[in-house]
Design a protein around this ligand. Structure first.
Ligand code: C2E
Ligand code: MG
Ligand code: MG
Ligand code: MG
Length: 282
């Protein structure tokens, strides 16, 4: 089985891909075309401080219009983008788009709002990754601390040394690092020690159920672990007041979820911020 290499396009894997359905092939082709035609969008979902309810950050989330007024779920197309190698170029665009938005936020006085970006493993395998991040920050005059990279446990497990080295270097520039969907992967606690983390994102699956039971115990344990390691903790997928109150009680610092806002285009985010965030300067 050929080792996947992000620089090759999918034709390289023809024998492997032939086994795949024509549906997937068609999706990849369409994604490549739509990306080239600049049809992908980066939406943003607010992250709030659980105590003040002030917006402290936003997470950039890809949206792929289906041409019929709807959107194809990232849960469907991100794996295809990773498999085909397209994620390297798409991820680069996401990174630049995020830095461009950081610059806009800074210029609008939202100087303390972070922008978080999801990073996939093929991006880390790109030897120029660190350089690409620092170039994007420079190009849009971003304070490095306003950019946060989100990585899942599986990304770390895939290529531990490559990921740890890249993140350590980026950390020296001041870029923030979050571990995404924490608790759902096969993580090793040792990575919590070896990664230069700032934030721990408690997976939605543990936040959803606050009735006494196993997921509530796991949520509590993850928050305690994060707090004791000196990391900021953020609850994903908060949909109800009760969930927000419960996570606050556990000592969780921040939250993200439909209770506050769904992911939205950047223009809508700017409107949202005028109502939910007082700029430091105007
Ligand atoms: P994620 O990074 O864990 O992002 C959070 C997902 O939870 C988003 O789904 C968001 O819309 C959804 N969500 C937020 N609040 C709630 C809530 O209260 N309830 C429920 N039910 N869901 C909520 P989305 O946008 O469909 O993205 C899915 C995944 O796709 C992301 O999970 C991330 O892993 C991946 N993804 C999205 N954009 C990118 C990207 O630019 N690059 C990469 N590599 N992956 C991305
Ligand atoms: Mg994420
Ligand atoms: Mg997540
Ligand atoms: Mg998740």
């Amino acid at each position: 089985r050929a080792k996947r290499n992000h620089t090759d396009n999918f034709e390289y894997y023809a024998p492997e891909i032939e086994e795949r359905t024509t549906w997937q092939l068609g999706m990849i082709r369409q994604l490549r075309n739509d990306f080239a035609d600049r049809k992908l969008q980066l939406w943003f979902q607010p992250q709030v401080d659980l105590v003040t309810e002030k917006v402290v950050g936003v997470e950039g989330l890809l949206r792929w219009p289906d041409g019929k007024g709807g959107y194809i779920s990232p849960a469907v197309f991100i794996p295809l983008a990773e498999y085909s190698g397209l994620i390297v170029d798409i991820g680069q665009w996401v990174l630049e788009e995020s830095c461009r938005r950081i610059q806009s936020l800074q210029q609008s006085g939202y100087v303390d709002v972070r922008v978080a970006v999801n990073i996939s493993i093929p991006q880390f395998r790109d030897r120029c990754f660190v350089q690409k991040v620092t170039d994007a920050l420079k190009r849009f005059s971003c304070p490095p601390g306003r950019l946060e990279l989100e990585i899942t446990e599986s990304v770390v497990m895939d290529e531990p040394q490559i990921v740890i080295d890249a993140l350590n270097t980026l950390k020296t520039y001041g870029v923030a690092i979050a571990i995404d969907d924490f608790g759902t992967g096969f993580s090793s606690m040792s990575y919590l020690q070896r990664l230069p983390l700032d934030r721990l994102k408690v997976d939605r699956s543990f936040v959803g159920d606050i009735t006494p039971g196993k997921s509530a115990v796991i949520a509590e344990t993850i928050v305690t672990l994060g707090n004791k390691l000196g990391l900021c903790t953020i609850a994903e997928g908060v949909e109800t007041r009760e969930q927000a109150q419960y996570m606050t009680k556990l000592g969780c610092d921040e939250a993200q979820g439909y209770l506050y806002a769904r992911p939205m285009p950047f223009d809508d985010l700017m409107t949202y911020l005028t109502e939910h965030h007082q700029p430091a300067s105007r």
